[in-house]
Design a protein around this ligand. Structure first.
Ligand code: PMP
Length: 418
């Protein structure tokens, strides 16, 4: 059963009602209510064009890449590499060889940790993270730090959910080799001053990895302007498919990095006496890549490319402002994260009610949010909570969905008392 959500309007110059037609799942009915999908930080919905790009490829053009002389394989290879070029433009990378396809953000960070990290880190070296990192930007570094005897340090987070920049100079030492920070916090929505941190890191002789998982869905990204040496993200949070993401790496860094995973596609010659490796980016794409999903990612970039980004950003900012105002009227709400620059995400707790209970009541109202530690346990500890309720927004969300969220929160208040 489906229903049209009543709040689909023209907002901030963006024709949200028309856009919503591109996402059939948004017409779903959940527990008798129109779905209000506010879990975009976990995964965004996919427009029809993305799913069709994947299914058309699978049904009509499927072939493996880089291996065949036959026509279908050559076509698939050309299209696969065309998406690499699309990503180059999308991120303003200097050359397409700086883009490595991975299975997502997590895989991309592990790649950098195990290849770059393992080759440069020496015992006593330091890796600087922040207290607001997703576990995906903590645990891969811990694994390599343990293996080489390096040390992890973390930039503290202020009470408003911003990085404490005053603490950075003292944390950057002559032993710091890598600084890895998130572009946008998946819990707080804080947009971090990446360029400033990158400048400080570079002056200290460190390289900078930016976790862009929550950046690319909301902000135009220019890896060169950001000063990122590595930038990573997942397609499924930017209206694309699961199972694919990317690593951007500065060419000189990638070229100096040893392979991490071995297999087909990443070699030049193999013999039992010794193997030589393919140039980048193939060196880091061992095995059959997610070819269908890469086609879907290309369609997602096309989809984003035809939107008026200024209008998208205006709409998302208006919606977040509206959500802060309306959710703030619910008795006992405490926001976790009130940064000056915030996009896409609103986290809060309802005093006296466990976030899971809030999430369950909201689900009965057709509202999909996340209620957990959001894979950011150090940040939960920083704010003294076990978890939060997180509403996360996409370009297709509406004020009516925010109202539905607020209705559900008032109901949770009633059910669980104050
Ligand atoms: N970093 C951040 C900031 C995220 O929000 C997420 C996903 N929640 C990840 C990394 C991990 O992304 P994936 O699971 O797609 O690898």
């Amino acid at each position: 059963m489906t229903a049209t959500h009543p709040g689909a309007v023209v907002a901030g110059g963006l024709d949200v009602a028309r856009l919503r037609h591109d996402f059939p799942v948004l017409r779903a009915v959940v527990n008798g209510r129109p779905l209000a999908y506010l879990d975009n930080g976990a995964t965004s919905q996919k427009p029809r064009a993305v799913v069709e790009a994947e299914s058309d490829f699978a049904l009509l053009e499927n072939a493996n890449v880089h291996r065949g002389v036959h026509t279908l394989s050559q076509r698939a290879t050309a299209r696969y590499d065309a998406v690499r070029e699309q990503l180059r433009r999308f991120l303003n990378a200097a050359v397409a060889d700086e883009i490595v396809f991975t299975s997502g953000t997590t895989a991309a960070i592990n790649l950098v940790a195990q290849s770059y990290g393992r080759s440069v880190l020496r015992p006593g070296d330091e890796i600087l993270l922040s207290e607001m990192e997703h576990h995906s930007n903590i645990v891969p570094w811990q694994l390599v730090a343990e293996a080489v005897g390096a040390r992890i340090r973390a930039i503290p987070v202020t009470g408003t959910g911003e990085l404490d920049l005053d603490a950075v100079p003292a944390l950057l030492t002559d032993r710091t080799r890598i600084v890895a920070i998130t572009h946008v916090s998946n819990v707080l929505g804080t947009v971090n001053p990446v360029r400033r941190i990158a400048d400080l890191a570079h002056a200290a002789g460190a390289v900078v990895l930016v976790d862009g998982a929550q950046g690319v869905p909301h902000l135009p990204v220019d890896v060169q302007a950001l000063g990122a040496d590595f930038y990573v993200a997942s397609a499924h949070k930017m209206y694309g498919p699961t199972g694919v993401g990317f690593l951007y790496g500065r060419l000189a860094l990638l070229e100096a990095m040893p392979p991490w995973q071995g297999g087909g596609g990443m070699i030049q010659t193999v013999s039992f006496e010794g193997t030589t490796y393919a140039p980048v980016p193939a060196r880091f794409e061992a095995g059959t890549p997610p070819v269908c999903q890469v086609m879907g990612l290309g369609a997602a970039i096309d989809y984003l490319g035809q939107l008026d980004w200024a209008a998208v950003q205006r709409h998302e900012a208006e919606l977040l402002g509206y959500a802060i105002e309306r959710v703030g009227t619910v008795p006992g709400v405490r926001f976790i994260g009130t940064a000056r620059e915030q996009v896409g995400v609103l986290s809060f707790v309802l005093e006296g009610i466990h976030p899971h209970d809030v999430g369950t009541v909201l689900d009965l109202h057709g509202v999909a949010v996340r209620a957990s530690h959001h894979c950011a346990q150090p940040l939960m500890r920083r704010f003294g909570v076990s978890g939060t309720v997180r509403a996360s927004f996409a370009l297709y969300n509406t004020r009516a969905e925010v109202d539905q969220l607020v209705g559900g929160l008032r109901e949770a208040r009633k059910v669980f008392g104050s």
